[in-house]
Design a protein around this ligand. Sequence first.
Ligand code: PLP
Length: 395
Amino acid sequence: KLTLSARVGRIKPSPTLAVTARAKALKAEGRDILDLGAGEPDFDTPDLIKEAAIRAIRAGFTKYTAVDGTPELKAAVVEKFARENSLHFTTSQILVSVGGKQSFYNLAQALLETGDEVVIPAPYWVSYADIVLMADATPVIIPTTLQQGFKITPEALDAALAYKTKLFVLNSPSNPTGAVYTHAELAALGEVLRRYPHVLIASDDMYEHIAWGPEPFANIANVCPDLLDRTIVLNGVSKAYAMTGWRIGYAGGPVDLIKAMAKVQSQSTSNPTSISQAAAEAALRSGTALVTPMREAFKTRHDWLHAQLTALPGLQCRRADGTFYLFPEISGALKALGLPDDQAFAEALLEKTGIAAVPGSAFGSPGHMRFSYATSDQTLKEAVARLRGFLEPLQ
Ligand code: PLP
């Protein structure tokens, strides 16, 4: 009999990928499915980026590269951090990986021991907790509510940090809530972190360009430069440049940590795909010109969908300052429909209306749903009409 590791028993398959897979399977069966589960831009990768990849193939750039990324891409990452984030790294502080997901995986493997704690605000990107568990460490979750704008307070952070804390993960703009920490809020969290000098900070800036809050984007190292030497900045081209399938993420941080993360990568995947690296280099060198029209489209859809969801009974929906998700609280709807929890809501919604969306419990926040608006206006319109029908009994 096959005996699997306790490690793999501790984790679950990515629930967001599972919803997408189920939506695709139902579609293949001929069901009329509206996919609001996707965690990726619906736009095509811009031509300028595709052309760079095609040129790379033609030029025979199809062999192993340096494990930690090509010198050219690493230079482009250094320039990107300097130009867009006022963060001044050297190339020895940069690691290019197979998506932001591998960046975080490498970080966890390089940093964490059994018994170490990682403080993660909820709702959180689904993979943080599982990747921490795979490294035999313990996620410590700080819950937040819609009323708090889904943001942790300095007091809650202070209460969660401990002697055993090795890492604190901050994701702003946040998947799944779209919440963005203000500069003042980041400063207040930084104030707490100064009292815990043994804690490393991971700033996941994956959605920095898909944001429309009142302030320009800043991460905690921008607001608290004295924390930079214990901050690892995680980012990638997946969301900003509609490049989810190319699988390129990158990290900037302390040299020794980056070196250790590269060692993990050298014994797992080796280098990210050479062709994708050429494409990512073209993307980063193009700056933000390609990103702007996509951001504007997301913002327009956000405003429309937010207005629609707010008008529906049984849902409470906050505006988001970024990403392409809305994260309504659904306790009113659950009660009125006689459903036990958000998972039952997601299943009933898919069964009765064909709308695929991810239950909040997947993000550590039961009683909510995540609706992605990285989809066409027509799909969104139809989804709202079906959702209205689904919630009809509440009227
Ligand atoms: N970080 C956040 C907050 C995300 O939402 C995602 C993707 O969903 C990632 C990181 C990783 O993205 P990728 O591995 O495609 O670069």
